[in-house]
Structures are given as C-alpha cells and as structure tokens.
Design a protein. Structure first.
Length: 60
C-alpha cells in the first residue's frame, strides 16, 4: 500500500511592485530619457514609460 502525499494549493500571489514603485520607476525613466541622446534607446524608454503609466496614471 502506498501513502499519498496531500496536494497543496499554491499560496496567493502577491504583487511584486507597489503603486509607489511604478511612480518611482516612471520618474527614473523620465530622468534617464532627458539624459540620453540615443534615439533607439529613447524610443524604448518612452514605450516602457507609457506602459508603466497604464498601470498608474499621472495625478498631475
């Protein structure tokens, strides 16, 4: 007779980043965008900045 191990459900997923983290990341990206002159990198920064903004819209 074999003993079965009980199946356990995974724990509830927790958020990796907070709302404040998204705001801080957007501010850091904006600062870096002002400092870079590489157009290709700037396009990537702008796209990421926009995607982060869809999660936490500016209150400004």
């Amino acid at each position: 007779m074999t003993e079965e191990t009980p199946k356990t459900e995974p724990g509830r997923a927790r958020a990796l980043l907070s709302t404040a983290d998204f705001r801080l990341l957007r501010a850091a990206l904006a600062s870096h965008a002002r400092a870079t002159e590489d157009r290709e990198e700037l396009a990537k920064i702008n796209a990421l900045h926009h995607r982060l903004g869809t999660y936490v819209p500016d209150a400004e």
